[in-house]
Ligand binder design. Structure first.
Ligand code: HEM
Length: 227
């Protein structure tokens, strides 16, 4: 693909991601009214009265606050202009992000995974996702400390893509509801567990492919063939 069109496509995609992430954060925050105090008739809390106390309730409230904050912090941290202009702000926000995600968001996701509404297949997916997200942030932080900035950026981009699973999951569920679900033989029994995996493996695959594509040598840079 010509480098110009790939560059243009990347910019359009970046803006699309920013808009969708901000929109999902607004939607999540605006549903806090259903959670404080807990409304067990609301979509997410329906049927969870039996275990919505103690560890689960703590994890839930920690998760719904730390999740949106992690997404917003991720947008700011990955913005190259902000990073160049305010490197100290980037460093402090980065430290807060690592602490918030590794210390609060990923562990709370891990706890909630045991009670995942979509069952054991989704439980394994969410546990893997929690560990992978925390792992990427720790590796990214270690790379920054040892001044390997290209590697730092790569791990942090991966971490953000994994955080965006919360966004893709909601987009995919929303799309399935808009496209007639019966037409797709949609049954939450198998659709939701599959979605819990697709929501992070698919964006991660796209990111890895894009990263490799963007680094392919341009036609002018390729060595000439000799006959
Ligand atoms: C490491 C990444 C993440 C993992 C492993 C994770 C895990 C989970 C799990 C297991 C649940 C409960 C699902 C169920 O019982 O069916 C959940 C719910 C939730 N998560 Fe996450 N999550 C992650 C990232 C995020 C992010 C970045 C946000 C930010 C918007 C977020 C916001 C929420 C909210 C608001 C709920 C409950 C209410 C709802 O679905 O609207 N999560 N998450």
């Amino acid at each position: 693909m010509p480098s110009f069109s790939l560059h243009f496509l990347t910019r359009v995609l970046v803006w699309l991601v920013v808009l969708v992430v901000v929109r999902v954060v607004v939607v999540v925050v605006s549903s806090f009214g259903d959670y404080v105090p807990p409304n067990f008739n609301s979509e997410f809390l329906h049927g969870r009265e039996g275990y919505f106390f103690g560890l689960y309730a703590w994890a839930f409230y920690a998760h719904i606050v730390s999740g949106p904050l992690a997404l917003l912090a991720g947008l700011l941290l990955l913005n190259p202009r902000l990073r160049r202009r305010w490197p100290v702000f980037h460093r402090w926000l980065g430290r807060a992000q690592v602490m918030g995600v590794v210390g609060v968001m990923a562990p709370s996701g891990l706890v909630m995974a045991w009670w995942a509404a979509a069952g054991p297949v989704a439980t394994v997916s969410f546990i893997t996702l929690s560990l992978a997200t925390a792992g990427c942030l720790i590796l990214g932080w270690r790379a920054a400390v040892s001044r390997r900035y290209a590697l730092h950026q790569r791990w942090m981009e991966r971490a953000f893509v994994l955080l965006c699973s919360a966004v893709t999951l909601r987009l995919m569920v929303g799309s399935a509801l808009v496209v007639d679900a019966d037409f797709l033989w949609w049954d939450p029994l198998w659709f939701d567990p599959i979605l819990s995996w697709v929501s992070w493996l698919f964006p991660l695959g796209i990111y890895e492919a894009w990263w490799r594509l963007a680094r392919l040598p341009r036609p002018a840079e390729r060595p000439r063939e000799t006959s």
